[in-house]
Write a protein that binds this ligand. Structure first.
Ligand code: ZN
Length: 58
């Protein structure tokens, strides 16, 4: 399994890092999103998505 995937923190979808078209940088980390809409939500209130995420089950 060489595929690298990152989770879209807004909607919880898995994003293929090679095909990701919507990314955002926050505190030195790159985050991946499935759509512009998710990226916008994250950009508006990143802290909201940093918290409350770990306890979420998909
Ligand atoms: Zn999304």
């Amino acid at each position: 399994m060489a595929e690298q995937q990152e989770m879209d923190r807004v909607c919880g979808m898995w994003i293929d890092m090679k095909e990701a078209r919507f990314t955002s940088n926050y505190k030195g980390e790159t985050y991946y999103f499935c759509a512009q809409e998710c990226k916008d939500k994250f950009d508006q209130s990143p802290d909201l998505y940093m918290k409350g995420f770990e306890g979420r089950t998909i």
